[in-house]
Structures are given as structure tokens and as C-alpha cells.
Design a protein around this ligand. Structure first.
Ligand code: MLT
Length: 244
């Protein structure tokens, strides 16, 4: 297995694809996707474009669908849910399909949606992503962070490092065998630096600050927890994620 880390969709190559893509948007899209599926949602279908979401969700009956998403961290007007994982309670999402649009996470998914295998990861379900990679042993793995509008996000790269570090610890391979680009080494070092206090770094980083202004401290706390959910979202058709 060769691991590559790309900090943003914009930095992700467009002339080839990996055997498996792992998309990360810790704050908050991939945390929300994992939480919704864990709470019994039928699937999460993702869109970067609001108009396309409206068009495709229109044919679903209102008792089977939920429109969810944000722009600038705030709920899209007219949608039932924003992008807070805490809203994804079983009583709200069970057996429903979430039609989800977000500023960056859904764009990252689109960038790699034609890869043979696509999974999503966040800090809360890191172990499930690691177990899947160890079990399936894809030859090339791209861990793609969502960033913010083309810029690097520390929380996504820390999660990429958490995944890479755990694979390194659990396999016989050395770092030299495993790493495909230097970003992997940087991501592991970043995670090592902050692993005992992720909440602190989430409160300081730019998107954490943005969410704090929107009263998002409970979301930050939830998103900063490691391995609290044993669910792996896997793409069954482009843009549609289900429980593995
Ligand atoms: C994104 O996709 O940019 C994020 O999930 C934004 C958010 O925190 O809602």
C-alpha cells in the first residue's frame, strides 16, 4: 500500500485516480456523514451544487428525504438540516436519505468520485477507515482533505496523519514503504503534535473560529473525538454514500 495525502481538492491530481480515495472533512461534512449513517440514515447523497440537489431530491417523497447543508457554516435557506452532526439523531434521520451540500467537503468527494473505491473518514470514525484499508490493502490510497475554498485546513491534515500513523503502527511496513508523498510525513508529525488536544487546535484553526462565531463549540467538541463511531461510509455510486 502506498499512501498519498492531498491537503485540498485543488491539490489533488486530475490526470489519474487511486485504487482507494479517503475523503476527509472533519469540520464537518464527513463527521456528519458518519453520524447520519450510524444513526440509521438510508444513505447520504452529496452535491456541491444546490440547484442539482434540489432537482434530484424533488422526486423523493418528503417522508423519505431530508435536505441538509450549509454555506459559510449556516443552514441553506429552506433546508430541514444544516451541517451539524449533532442534528443527526436516529429520531430525525432513520431510514431517510440525506441530500447534503457543503462548501468544501462535497467538492472534495466530487474530485475523486470515479475512483474504484471511495470512503469517507473523520476523527470520530478513523478506526473504521483504517480497518478497511488494512483489510482491503489497496495499492494506492489518496487521503484527500477538503480544506476551505482552496486553502489548507489543519484539522483535515491532522486526521489524515491519524489514519497514516495508525496504518503504520498496525502493519509490517516502514514509513519509507508506506509514504507516497512528503505530505504523509508532515501529516503524521502534525497529528503527533496535537493528538492529545485536538479540541484546542480545532478551537484555534480558521474554520473552528468561524464555527465558534456561529455557536458551534459543541460541534467542535464532538468532531474532535477519536474513534467514537464504528461506521464506515462507502460510495455505492458517484456521490451516494452508504454504510459498509
Ligand atoms: C464544508 O464542507 O466546508 C464544511 O463541512 C463546512 C461546515 O462546517 O459546515
Amino acid at each position: 500500500m502506498k499512501l498519498f495525502v492531498y491537503h485540498t481538492p485543488e491539490r489533488t491530481p486530475t490526470d489519474r485516480l487511486p485504487d482507494c480515495a479517503v475523503v476527509i472533512d472533519v469540520l464537518r461534512a464527513t463527521t456528519t456523514i458518519a453520524t447520519a449513517l450510524d444513526a440509521g440514515a438510508e444513505a447520504v447523497q452529496t452535491f456541491s451544487n444546490i440547484e442539482e440537489l434540489m432537482r434530484q431530491s424533488e422526486s423523493w417523497s418528503t417522508d423519505k428525504r431530508l435536505r441538509a447543508g450549509e454555506r459559510g457554516g449556516m443552514t441553506v435557506k429552506g433546508f430541514e438540516l444544516g451541517n451539524s452532526p449533532l442534528a443527526c439523531k436516529p429520531s430525525v434521520v432513520k431510514s431517510k436519505r440525506l441530500f447534503l451540500t457543503t462548501t468544501n467537503g462535497t467538492r472534495a468527494l466530487e474530485r475523486v468520485e470515479h475512483s474504484p473505491q471511495v470512503i469517507t473518514a473523520a476523527q470520530i470514525n478513523r478506526r473504521s477507515a483504517v480497518n478497511y484499508l488494512l483489510e482491503t490493502q489497496p495499492e494506492t490510497v489518496w487521503i484527500v482533505g477538503s480544506g476551505w475554498e482552496g486553502d489548507y485546513s489543519v484539522e483535515d491534515t491532522a486526521c489524515a496523519g491519524a489514519i497514516a500513523q495508525s496504518i503504520l503502527q498496525q502493519s509490517d511496513a516502514s514509513l519509507i514503504d508506506l509514504f507516497g508523498n512528503d505530505e504523509v510525513i508532515g501529516a503524521i508529525a502534525l497529528y503527533e503534535q496535537w493528538k492529545d488536544n485536538l479540541l484546542n487546535v480545532f478551537r484555534q484553526c480558521s474554520h473552528g473560529q468561524r464555527l465558534l462565531k456561529l455557536n458551534g463549540d459543541e460541534d467542535l467538541f464532538y468532531c474532535s473525538q477519536t474513534d467514537i463511531v464504528d461506521v464506515l461510509p462507502i460510495q455505492k455510486q458517484p456521490g451516494v454514500l452508504v454504510k459498509y
